[in-house]
Design a binder for this molecule. Structure first.
Ligand code: MCN
Length: 826
């Protein structure tokens, strides 16, 4: 446990405008696609129009003869150096993972998979010629539906002999963290309440603003790759591990990156192919995808079926929760794709005191785009399920949804609290967040209005949705990741260089792509070292400048990378102290450091830390035996995750005649511990909310029966704009985290995790009196209308009874009690 530093500070908590916005909003930055190198060639990918097919021949002659075309490559041309898209998280030792080559040899497994690349002197010439590549395919049967995949009748990857990738279980009885869930459910069937539901987490597309783009220059001693990635260090590792290029010979640079939301975590086929082409031809090469290519080939998110059984006593005290998931991995096991459902395993019990719990996931391959982390990764799915169930339980017991939650949640004086899933929540105050949210929302008034409108038979009904969420973020203690078979650690590094003229260079291994690290990191260093905010320069996203890093995802950068920075700053102060003492002709023990100055206690003698940096630079009159440097590095590995939480309340109006829904009010009170920059946090919460609301109302990746992504452009994939949202009311409560000295918890995913169930709960609440207890996401007017017409139930999801056999077929492939609960992180 790390002691929280609660010194008063001017920088921590200050709503500074983001430093990086100057160049971003005035168009002065260089995105990857803006990079021009002498003699640079341009790539266009030839992609499969089929979901599953054998490649029988590829005729490249016409394309090769096209104006300005330099080469056309297929698998065999780059097979020796193209690398492999590896998976870093096989969730079980026997997980089945098909080899994923950037360009496959003779079979495509999803629409959009790359079969050839055209290289030309301009991007337009490359695109035109790509149309001339003549590929013959023999179409194979494709499996596109997750429940069909579970039947194993049509195989997505026939050589595996099954669609099943892995089964993973966490069981509270086997893990010693709680009782037997089957017993709890059986008991409730006799004299309590059992709620059984099946929910669909539709497939989503992480539609980042900047499409992916890669430039490779192979002409120097080192191969340099600029790429729109959120994980340059992971990418460098994957390249070195699979292409034969030594790690020291590849420099990956992530310039300013226009969003990722998890979707730029992957080491992509496009990056590998651009690298291979540049190396083959010995010339710089660039590939920038179109939006449509992005939608079909960048990894997708979510895509699960959730079967849930919740048991409770008659008064609503929960006694058990059983979760059975089917997860669609798409055609391949992505970097951490198989682990995404597993990340949710610790979150289904959420803020509640379940005495018994069991989580099961069976992961399947289908012939669709591969699936991996998308904002929240596993935790939104879990939060959705439990927050929907809590509403159902409230209805069953006949009490307000907030009352049922309060009855079951961990009370603020019970922290630290080890949950039934084995997680130790270090801090939280659900009562405080809920109280504040209720007040801001005008909960009682809106409930009264709801009743009035219901009694009056108003065609536009009002619904109120609640989501009292928590999440685990700050990925992650390396020890825990190791116990889960994850291929890497969860530490982060930071370096501070004290320059002679008073400025400070900060190097971080976190790789921001919209989160504002340059500003927040400057605030932390300015606070710690007492130097002006403007004097701090933050460098990141270049493996040559920041050679050590674990990058940005899982809302980890502040709680892990920020703490590394604090520790590096403290080392700077320690190193500077004897030099300051020497300069002041005082003893080290007599010095104190505050506001950037070392002073001799009880006197007005002092020296600034920048003066110490200058003295170190000159090193003319320097204490003997001391290194002439006060620069410092630190690497921090947390002992625990951080557990943000909050209460989100949403009011939705539902037109019962048309099914149209309108958001009336949204209030969220989040507890993310100490806030470094409230302006950045507000931006993160707003963006997160919109993404979560979009899952509830608008977004969904849809395939047709041939496996074509029919929502493959922004015409059909209905990404919201500001015009579709309302002004949110956001506020905070604070219970500091104990796993880092700043007391911070992550915020990057909180809004997305919390908001989806709040919205759907509100819609169902508005029309429950019409017999509706669920609407499948996205809750389009058509679905809402159909739900009202049919008088209830899941609208276009298969009935639970129909789905049953497929869940049962998802049989364990290993002894559930043996080893699979080892990951119950503490
Ligand atoms: N912050 C703060 N005080 C806190 C918590 C956070 O001031 N108590 C600030 C941090 O200093 C940082 C920002 O909020 O500037 C986000 O911090 P953190 O929660 O640590 O998240 P990460 O920086 O690790 O970012 C990852 C997270 C994830 S997982 C997704 S997905 C996501 C997100 O951030 N994708 C984003 N936010 C995004 N924002 C933009 N613009 N684009 C994306 O792709």
């Amino acid at each position: 446990m790390t002691a929280v530093d609660d010194r008063p500070s001017t920088e921590i908590g200050s709503a500074r405008r983001r430093k990086e916005d100057q160049r971003l909003i005035t168009g002065r930055t260089k995105w990857t696609d803006n990079i021009q190198l002498p003699g640079m060639l341009h790539l266009a990918m030839v992609r499969s129009p089929f979901a599953h097919a054998t490649i029988t021949s590829i005729d490249t002659e016409a394309a090769k003869g096209s104006p300005n075309v330099v080469a056309v490559f297929t698998h065999d041309d780059i097979a020796d150096i193209q690398g492999v898209n590896i998976t870093a998280w096989p969730i079980t030792p026997d997980q089945k993972s098909p080899d994923h080559l950037p360009m496959p040899k003779d079979r495509v497994s999803h629409t959009g998979e790359i079969v050839a690349v055209v290289v030309a002197r301009s991007a337009a010439a490359a695109r035109d010629a790509a149309e001339l590549v003549d590929v013959d395919y023999d179409e194979l049967p494709a499996v596109l539906d997750l429940k069909e995949a579970a039947k194993d009748e049509v195989l997505a990857q026939p050589h595996l002999g099954t669609n099943k990738s892995a089964f993973w279980q966490l069981d509270s009885k086997a893990g010693g963290t709680g009782g037997d869930v089957e017993e709890a459910i059986a008991k409730a069937r006799e004299g309590g309440i059992v709620i059984e539901r099946e929910y669909r987490q539709q497939r989503l597309i992480p539609a980042f603003m900047e499409p992916r783009s890669t430039v490779v220059d192979p002409t120097g001693e080192q191969v340099v790759m600029w790429t729109a990635t959120q994980a340059p260090h992971v990418l460098r590792f994957c390249i070195a591990a699979t292409t034969g290029l030594p790690e020291s010979k590849i420099r990956v640079i992530a310039p300013d990156v226009g969003g990722g939301f998890g979707g730029k975590l992957q080491s992509t086929p496009e990056e590998f192919i651009t690298l291979a082409v540049a190396r083959k031809l010995g010339k710089p090469a660039k590939y920038t995808e179109t939006r449509s290519e992005s939608m079909v080939s960048a990894h997708h998110g979510r895509d699960q079926w959730q079967k849930l059984t919740l048991s409770a006593e008659k008064d609503g005290t929960v006694t058990g929760l059983k979760v059975e998931l089917l997860a669609d991995l798409g055609a391949y096991a992505a970097l951490v794709g198989g682990g995404v459902p597993v990340l949710g395993a610790w979150m289904f019990n959420a803020i509640y005191k379940f005495p018994a719990y069991q989580f099961n996931t069976t992961n399947y391959y289908t012939n669709k785009t591969w699936v991996d982390a998308y904002r929240g990764a596993g935790r939104p799915e879990a939060t959705y399920a439990i927050e929907r169930l809590m509403d159902e339980l409230a209805v069953e017991v006949g009490v307000d949804p907030l009352e049922i939650r309060e009855k079951n949640w961990i009370k603020h004086d019970e922290f630290p609290f080890t949950t039934v899933a084995g997680m130790t929540y270090d801090s939280g105050n659900y009562e405080a967040a809920t109280e504040k949210a209720k007040e801001l929302f005008g909960y009682d008034e809106l409930r009264a209005e709801q009743k009035r409108r219901r009694d009056a038979g108003d065609p536009v009904q009002l619904g109120i949705g609640v989501s009292t969420f928590t999440e685990m973020c700050g990925l992650a203690p390396s020890r825990v990741l190791g116990s889960l078979n994850y291929g890497a650690g969860g530490w982060e590094s930071a370096s501070i260089r004290m320059l002679a003229t008073g400025t400070v260079e900060v190097v971080t291994g976190a790789s921001a792509h919209g989160q504002g690290h340059e500003t927040a990191w400057s605030q932390i260093v300015a606070d710690r070292l007492g130097v002006p905010f403007e004097n701090v320069e933050v460098l990141h996203g270049d493996t040559q400048i920041a050679p050590k890093g674990m990058d940005t995802y899982g809302s980890r950068s502040l709680v892990v990378g920020g703490e590394a920075l604090v520790r590096a700053a403290d080392k700077v102060i320690e190193k500077a102290k004897p030099i300051a003492a020497h300069m002041l002709e005082a003893s080290v023990d007599d010095l104190e450091f505050e506001g950037g100055r070392f002073s001799v206690k009880g006197t007005d003698k002092g020296v600034g830390i920048s003066d110490v940096a200058l003295a170190t630079f000159a090193a003319h009159d320097y204490p003997e035996g001391l290194e002439p440097s006060i620069d410092a590095d630190a690497t921090f590995d947390p002992v625990n995750f951080s557990f943000p939480h909050g209460t989100h309340l949403c009011a939705m109006e539902v037109d019962t005649e048309t099914g149209a829904t309108t958001m009336r009010k949204y209030v969220c009170v989040d507890d993310i511990g100490t806030i470094i920059n409230p302006l950045i946090v507000e931006g993160q919460v707003h963006g997160g909310l919109v993404q979560g609301i979009a899952q509830a109302l608008w977004e969904g990746a849809e395939y047709d029966e041939q496996g074509t992504l029919v929502s493959g452009s922004f015409v059909d994939y209905t990404l919201p704009t500001t015009a579709d949202t309302i002004s949110f009311i956001t506020d905070h409560t604070t219970s500091p985290a104990t796993s880092n000295s700043l007391g911070t918890k992550g915020v990057g995913e909180a809004g997305t995790i919390a908001s989806t169930p709040a919205v759907v709960n509100a819609i169902v609440d508005a029309i429950r009196h019409l017999g509706v207890d669920d609407v499948t996401m996205p809750c389009t007017p058509e679905r809402v209308w159909k739900a009202i017409q049919s008088g209830g139930g899941t609208t276009d999801a298969a009935p639970v009874a129909d789905a049953q056999p497929h869940f049962d077929e998802a049989a364990p492939n290993q002894d559930p009690a043996a080893g699979t609960t080892d990951g119950a992180a503490q």
